[in-house]
Design a protein. Structure first.
Length: 320
């Protein structure tokens, strides 16, 4: 009986460990992992800083569909339309950075590190390299082998969600109201196509009107930059500091200059509104950086595959 209990305990702890991410997961299997990924990411960000918000968005879009399993990286096949071909993902960029980091890792640690882990590291490094926050990335994810376009549509919150829908969407992924307002702060970097908010400035209620919650002067600015039906022009989500990771985004939201309805919606809930007000000055930068780091670690754990689930893909765009 004692031997059986011992065997049970060994198996139990092995299973528990297999389900747990750890910053030390690749300490022995790939000790230079983080340096390899950081150097590779830096080569891209140093010449094209706009890839930083793109890579952050790529990580977000991966985690919100099937969890952080690298499924957003998979290409469509003859019998399947993958997530990256779904409408919300058509503007995703940065795949080449993940592939380059994966190739560099494979040279030193073949078949050891998942694409999901590499994407999580690349997103962190890209943000840090444009002077954003740094956070420890727990590792040990496995790659998924399923990627479906319709699941992206069903799981990614669109830019016209109201605050109730946003809270529900984030809550379904185990993220709190605070995580919602903190992660929305990622809009401090990057750009958006005019088509993503065109209805808000041209035909909000179907009567050729603009969203009344938006600053009229800002509406006029956006209309000058975005003619009706414009599908190619991009505008900064945080005008004036779109390449700087800072708290200016919250200032814009407070001034009713959030680009999306999801930005404006942060003023419609007591907790999110309070955060916006408190962090809309430079004095809020330190706590925002700390909060963003914590929320990114939390987001990076959504629905992860561990142990023997999934696989370690050799090439991130195809299953083995």
């Amino acid at each position: 009986m004692a031997i059986m209990k011992l065997v049970f305990l060994v198996l139990f702890f092995h299973h528990a460990n297999a389900q747990t991410l750890s910053t030390n997961f690749h300490r022995y299997s790939c000790p230079n992992l983080e340096g390899i990924v950081s150097r590779t990411t830096s080569k891209f960000i140093s010449t094209t800083p706009s890839l930083a918000p793109a890579l952050l968005r790529l990580h977000f879009h991966d985690c919100f569909v099937r969890g952080c399993d690298g499924s957003v990286l998979l290409n469509s096949t003859a019998g399947n339309t993958a997530e990256k071909a779904s409408f919300p993902n058509l503007s995703l960029r940065g795949f080449q950075v993940v592939e380059a980091a994966k190739a560099a890792v494979e040279k030193q640690c073949p078949w050891m590190v998942s694409c999901a882990d590499i994407l999580a590291l690349v997103a962190r490094d890209a943000v840090f390299q444009i002077k954003g926050p740094f956070w420890p990335v727990p590792l040990g994810r496995r790659d998924g082998i399923v990627s479906r376009a319709n699941e992206a549509l069903a799981n990614l919150p669109p830019p016209n969600f109201n605050i109730t829908q946003l809270i529900t969407s984030f809550g379904a992924k185990g993220l709190s109201v605070k995580d919602l307002v903190v992660l929305s702060g990622g809009h401090t970097i990057g750009v958006s196509f005019c088509s993503s908010f065109a209805t808000r400035i041209y035909n909000f209620t179907g009567r050729n009107d603009a969203d009344p919650s938006m600053d009229p002067a800002y509406v006029a600015e956006l209309r000058r930059m975005c003619p009706p039906s414009d599908a190619t022009t991009t505008v900064a989500m945080d005008p004036g500091s779109a390449q700087d990771f800072d708290v200016d985004y919250y200032s814009m939201v407070r001034q009713r200059r959030g680009l999306f309805q999801t930005d404006a919606a942060l003023l419609d809930h007591s907790a999110t509104n309070s955060y916006v007000q408190q962090h809309s000055t430079p004095l809020g930068s330190k706590s925002f950086f700390d909060d963003f780091a914590a929320s990114m670690v939390k987001m990076g754990r959504i629905g992860v595959l561990t142990g023997r689930a999934g696989q370690i893909r050799k090439i991130c765009s195809v299953v083995n």
